[in-house]
Design a protein around this ligand. Sequence first.
Ligand code: NAD
Length: 484
Amino acid sequence: MIAQPKASHFVDGAYVEDTQGAKIEVIFPATGEVIAELHEATPSIVDRALASARRAQAEWARVRPVERSRILRRAVDLIRERGEELAQLETLDTGKPIQETRVADWPSGADALEFFAGLAPTVTGETVPLGQDFVYTLREPVGVCVGIGAWNYPSQIACWKSAPALALGNAMVFKPSEVTPLGALKLAEIFVEAGLPAGLFNVIQGRGAVGAALVTDPRTDKVSLTGSVPTGQKVYAAAASGIRNVTMELGGKSPLIIFDDASVEDAVGAAMLANFYSTGQICSNGTRVFVQKGIKTQFLKRLKERAEAITLGDPRKDDTQLGPLVSAAQLDKVMGYVEKAKSEGGTLVTGGKRAPMNDGFYVEPTVFADITDDMTLAREEVFGPVMAVLDFETEAEVIGRANATEFGLAAGVFTADLARGHRVIGQLQAGTCWINAYNLTPVEAPFGGMKMSGVGRENGRAAVEHYTQVKTVYVGMGPVDAPY
Ligand code: NAD
């Protein structure tokens, strides 16, 4: 066991263990080895986490915003100082190549903490003049926030949720995915070292039932989930019984539309980033690549050449570009979609097989052409390195087809005609869009989905809305005019 943490949970400023909780084995996806053993939170751990968060939040809400920011800034420095060590742990936890975890995961988490540390002291209410009387508003914290994470960007998700929550005066109880439980514990350690008071950021482990216990507890004021649509439906419904505030970051089946005037080289590069980065396990991936007929042959030829040059391998090695999927279950699911695409008539351009390496959960980078809108590969989220290429002829046609999905997380357009780029994006039903770029998600920009892909936004100023609540204060300046 090479990544065993000091204990399973981090509650009220310290590691805690309760071996009564069911076991969770952490598996290194590149080899199938067990690298750590943890336990699910028992009801007593859940209770301690929420109680400490409640207590700590009441005091934290009274701390000056600049002082809260100073603590978060120190956490940013610690994350950056330990960047290499944290990247290595993230690679063990997720199987993602070290060349990605060094630049994307924790670095993006540190950016979020830095951004919200800077923003929090500028968050103010407004005054509303009413002649003699007036109203002022306060933006108060929501209270105790529960964060529930997915396994694809575990440490980034923990940071993206805790950064606005803590900066704006809330406490958080975070439950990582049971598949990737390690990074969030490091974040909890770093926060305490940076001076964050005990209880403000607790990490407890567990499967869905532990998440459900957190969501329905009366001490929980808000729930922020990153996960699949079916989980989102359950969590949203459970939160509704207590009229709890929610942020839902869910799945997608996003269109990436490539017009025939676009640079083929750029479009191929973007389509590969949109399907193969993090072994295709990214919610906003452009997994329906619509290519205008005039450049189809050229596009597929270049895509095949570049996909076949990708270096698969041990994610701990510097030159590995594509690692394994996160788990054996995910491997089975992805291979099921590959077989279905073949049987439903997709043309396999490249890949399509497991890549057996050290018992890891590897799949070759895979491209299917001639996918039609009714095929499973065009409708369901695969979450693996499997690209579906669809043909189209006209702008109006592709807009209609791109929108014909229950999801609305992301969308991209490649064209040399910027007027067309804006016109098309203006008609796409998606919360996060790109023109001549794909999957760039700087923390300065709001991120989130429309339709079944989510509620609320993370990052950017927009997140302030979701981690504060408005208090309206009417101030009467004259005598009370009562009719009795
Ligand atoms: P998942 O839905 O299986 O699990 C997400 C989290 O919810 C896990 O921590 C899980 O333990 C917890 N959970 C499960 N049932 C629960 C319940 N009833 N109550 C409370 N918590 C419960 O998702 P996953 O397989 O971990 O992640 C992949 C999915 O996440 C994909 O659909 C992907 O698109 C989505 N995702 C979305 C974003 C985004 O920002 N929009 C980012 C990353 C991943």
